[in-house]
Design a protein around this ligand. Structure first.
Ligand SMILES: [Zn+2]
Length: 127
């Protein structure tokens, strides 16, 4: 069993209980199936959806990602483009949001699991 830090487990989208098993069925690069979340950890058997509708809360985290991205892209367009026309802001913000949907979707679920599921790390959970 290897020792995995919390940051490594979060960035790698690993189970909050054992930090070994994957949370998602497919890599984020698989655009047609990036949303598919495993029901249970393949390593320790921890159930990910700890209560019905648990991941609905991830919507709020995802929303905060989208707002942060909108602000960051708008500031970048303002600075780099010397305050261009409104449509430039809209195109940049919408494009950035569409491109980062897999990232925002997956990490909102990962953070939901780590922050609000109540699942505690147990290094002995993995064989
Ligand atoms: Zn696990």
């Amino acid at each position: 069993m290897k020792n995995v830090s919390k940051l490594q487990a979060i960035t790698g989208a690993k189970c909050p209980h054992c930090r070994q098993g994957d949370i998602f069925e497919y890599p984020a690069s698989r655009i047609s199936r990036f949303t598919e979340t495993k029901e249970r950890c393949p390593v320790c058997g921890q159930r990910y959806e700890v209560e019905p509708g648990f991941f609905i809360g991830a919507m709020y985290i995802s929303y905060s990602f989208a707002v942060a991205l909108m602000v960051a892209v708008s500031v970048a367009v303002f600075v780099l483009g010397n305050d261009p026309a409104l449509w430039v802001y809209l195109v940049a913000v919408i494009t950035a949001n569409i491109l980062l949907v897999p990232f925002m979707f997956r990490y909102s679920r990962v953070l939901m699991l780590y922050w609000f599921s109540g699942i505690k790390y147990n290094p002995r959970a993995a064989p």
